[in-house]
Design a protein around this ligand. Structure first.
Ligand SMILES: NC(=O)c1ccc[n+]([C@@H]2O[C@H](COP(=O)([O-])OP(=O)(O)OC[C@H]3O[C@@H](n4cnc5c(N)ncnc54)[C@H](O)[C@@H]3O)[C@@H](O)[C@H]2O)c1
Length: 560
C-alpha cells in the first residue's frame, strides 16, 4: 500500500519509493554541477519547519554587490507522512508555512521559479554535495506533568538522528551550523562527538567544523526581516569553524546594519538563547500575580502597565494574555535546567526563577475557565452544556501557529467542566492539537492527557465565518489579539449571538466604552487583570436606575 503525506489544504502526496532515491540524487548531482559552474556555494538546510523553510529562502535570495545570487540552497525534509508534503510544495514555489508576512510566499516563489536558487529534496544523500549544512530541526522539551517543568526532559531524538546522518554524509570541509535551540553544551558535548565518531568510521581524520547561531525569528508580520535584518550571535568549536560561520552569516544576513556578536564558545551562544527567552518568560510570568491582584481590587492592569511603560527603563513591560505559548518560551528554560544536570552532571538545584516562570506561564490560561464559570454563574447559567466560542487559536496575534497556545488549555479545561466549545481563527485552518490529538505535538504528548473527557475534541473544527461561529453562543472568549477582534462592535456580537452573552477579555482588547455597552446590552464581562469592570457595571446599573421611566433592566448578579 503506498503511503501518503497530506498537506494542510488536503492535497495527497505519495511518499517516495526506494527506487526514487537514486533518481533524485542523480538529478541533484546535475543541478549542483551547474550551480557550482556559476560560482555558487551549495547550502543544505535540514528541516523545513517554521524556521528552516524561511531561512532557506533568505539564503537562496542572498546576492553579491552586483546583484548575482551567491548560494544554491537545497532544503532537506525527512519524508515522513506528517511532513513530506513540504518538499513537493516547496518545489512548486509554494511556502510550506503560512504567514502574515507577504514577503514569505513572494521570496519562496521568486527563489524557486525565477532565480532558481532554491529546491527541496527528501534524500539525505544531498548532504554529500553541501558546502554548508544549516540544521533547523526541532529539539523539544517533553513535560510529564502540567505546571511542573522540572518533571520533564529534553527530547534530542530528531536532533541526534540528524547529526548522525550528517556525520555519515558530509565532506570534511563542510561547515555544520546548528540553529536549533538546544540545551547549552549540545554543540560541543553532543553534536561534536557524534559527527567526529562518524568521521573516524569513514576514515576522515580531521575534526568536524561545527558552529552554533540561534534564530530569533518571529513568524508574524515581519517573518523575513526577523531572520535577515536582525542581530545574530554565533560561535564555532574552533577557529576555522568560527571564521567559516562568520563569513557565511555575513554573506546571507544583513550584518552591516545588524552586526554579529561572535562569542568564544558555542555553549555561550546556546546559553544566550536560553537566557534571552527565560528573561522574557520571567517578565511575563511576574505579571500573573499582579493580574490576579488587579481583578480582586478593582484595578485595570492594562492601564497600570501603560502608565508604567512611559518610563523608558520599563518600556518592554507586556501584558501576558492567557498564558505564554509558542514553540520557544514554554520549553527553553526547561532545556537549560536539563542541561545543567544531564549534560554537565551537576546534582544541586540552582534554578528557582526560570522554572517558576515557565510553570506560571504554562497554567495561567486555566484561570480563564474560572472567569468563564463565574461570568456564566452571574447570568444564572451553568457552565455544563454552555456554548462557548473561543476567538483565536494561535499563540499570538496575527499568526497561524497554534503550538502551546493558551487557547488550547482554555478549550481543554472548559471541556472538562462540561461546556461545548467552538473556535474561530482567521489564520488557522486546522487545529492539529485537537484534530490529531494522539499525534500532536508528539505521540502520547498531547496536553489532552492532563484533562478528562477530551475525546470529543478530535471533532473540533476551526470556523472561519465569525457570524456563523457566534450564532447561539453563551460566551465569547477574546483569547488572541488578532486584528479581526480588536474592533468588534458589542451590538453586532449580541445580535449575531442572538441574545446577551458572557464576554471574557483575556488580552485587554475591550476599552471601557465597549465594556460599558456590553453591560447595557445585558451581557456579563470579565477579563484577565481587569478588576475595574465591576465599577463599570455599577455605573451602568446606576445610570439605568435613574432613567425617567425606570425601565426594569436585567443585570447579571455578582456572586463571586
Ligand atoms: N518557530 C519559532 O518561532 C522559532 C524561533 C526561534 C527559534 N526556533 C528554534 O528553531 C528550531 C526549529 O524550530 P521550528 O519552529 O522550525 O520547528 P518545526 O518543528 O516547525 O520544524 C522542524 C522540521 O525539521 C524536520 N526534521 C526533523 N528531523 C529531520 C531530519 N532528520 N531530517 C530532515 N528534517 C527533519 C521536521 O520534520 C520539521 O519539518 C527549534 O529549535 C526552535 O526552538 C524556533
Amino acid at each position: 500500500m503506498p503511503q501518503y503525506s497530506i498537506s494542510p489544504t488536503g492535497e495527497k502526496f505519495p511518499l517516495p519509493e526506494p527506487e526514487d532515491y537514486s533518481r533524485e540524487f542523480e538529478h541533484l548531482e546535475e543541478v549542483v554541477k551547474n550551480q557550482r559552474a556559476l560560482g555558487r556555494e551549495i547550502v543544505l538546510v535540514m528541516g523545513l519547519g517554521f524556521v528552516g523553510a524561511v531561512m532557506a529562502a533568505v539564503i537562496a535570495d542572498a546576492k553579491d554587490e552586483k546583484g548575482n545570487p551567491i548560494k544554491y540552497v537545497i532544503g532537506m525534509q525527512r519524508p515522513s507522512t506528517r511532513s513530506y508534503w513540504k518538499t513537493p510544495l516547496l518545489n512548486r514555489g509554494i511556502s510550506p508555512v503560512s504567514s502574515e508576512d507577504p514577503e514569505v510566499p513572494l521570496m519562496i516563489s521568486r527563489c524557486v521559479n525565477e532565480k532558481r536558487t532554491l529546491m527541496a529534496t527528501f534524500t539525505y544523500d544531498a548532504l554529500k554535495l553541501a558546502d554548508v549544512v544549516v540544521v533547523d530541526v526541532q529539539c523539544d522539551y517533553l513535560k510529564e506533568s502540567l505546571g511542573n517543568v522540572r518533571d520533564g526532559r529534553a527530547d534530542m531524538e530528531a536532533l541526534e538522528e540528524s547529526l548522525e546522518i550528517i556525520g555519515q554524509h558530509i565532506g570534511p570541509e563542510t561547515l555544520v551550523l546548528i540553529e536549533t535551540t538546544v540545551a547549552p553544551g549540545t554543540t560541543e558535548q553532543i553534536a561534536y562527538p557524534i559527527i567526529k565518531k562518524m568521521f573516524r568510521k569513514r576514515g576522515i581524520q580531521s575534526d568536524p567544523l561545527l558552529a552554533h547561531s540561534f534564530e530569533r525569528v518571529m513568524p508574524g508580520k515581519h517573518y523575513v526581516s526577523s531572520i535577515r535584518d536582525f542581530w545574530r550571535v554565533c560561535s564555532g568549536v574552533n577557529e576555522k569553524a568560527t571564521s567559516k560561520v562568520v563569513k557565511f552569516l555575513e554573506e546571507v544576513i544583513n550584518t552591516e546594519k545588524y552586526p554579529l556578536t561572535v562569542l568564544d564558545r558555542p555553549i555561550e551562544s546556546e546559553t544566550a538563547k536560553i537566557v534571552e527567552n527565560s528573561f522574557r518568560a520571567t517578565i511575563l510570568a511576574f505579571l500573573d500575580e499582579w493580574s490576579i491582584f488587579a481583578e480582586q481590587n478593582g484595578v485595570d492592569l492594562i492601564k497600570v502597565i501603560n502608565a508604567i511603560k512611559v518610563r523608558p527603563t520599563h518600556s518592554n513591560m507586556i501584558f501576558p494574555g492567557p498564558g505564554i505559548g509558542g514553540y520557544c518560551l514554554p520549553k527553553d528554560g526547561g532545556l537549560g535546567l536539563w542541561a545543567y544536570r544531564h549534560i554537565h552532571g551537576f546534582e544541586d538545584d540552582i534554578f528557582k526563577i526560570t522554572p517558576l516562570a515557565v510553570d506560571i506561564n504554562d497554567t495561567r490560561s486555566l484561570h480563564v475557565a474560572q472567569l468563564t464559570r463565574d461570568a456564566l454563574r452571574n447570568m444564572g447559567r451553568p457552565i455544563a452544556s454552555a456554548e462557548i466560542l473561543v476567538l483565536g487559536a494561535s499563540y499570538r496575534e496575527d499568526v497561524g501557529d497554534t503550538r502551546y497556545s493558551g487557547s488550547e488549555l482554555i478549550v481543554r479545561r472548559l471541556t472538562e467542566m462540561g461546556a461545548e466549545l467552538r473556535v474561530h481563527d482567521p489564520y488557522v485552518l486546522h487545529w492539529w492539537e485537537f484534530e490529531k490529538q494522539d499525534e500532536y505535538p508528539a505521540s502520547s504528548h498531547s496536553l489532552k492527557r492532563f484533562f478528562r473527557g477530551q475525546e470529543k475534541l478530535r471533532d473540533l473544527r476551526v470556523e472561519q465565518d465569525l457570524k456563523k461561529a457566534l450564532l447561539g453562543a453563551d460566551t465569547v472568549i477574546l483569547a488572541v489579539r488578532h486584528k479581526h477582534y480588536l474592533n468588534l462592535d458589542p451590538d453586532d456580537i449580541v445580535k449575531y449571538a442572538d441574545g446577551p452573552i458572557a464576554v471574557i477579555d483575556c488580552f485587554g482588547i475591550l476599552d471601557d466604552e465597549k465594556i460599558s455597552r456590553y453591560f447595557e446590552l445585558g451581557c456579563e464581562v470579565k477579563g484577565l487583570g481587569r478588576g475595574h469592570v465591576k465599577r463599570i457595571k455599577d455605573q451602568v446599573r446606576e445610570a439605568k436606575s435613574q432613567l425617567p421611566l425606570n425601565i426594569p433592566v436585567q443585570f447579571a448578579e455578582d456572586k463571586m
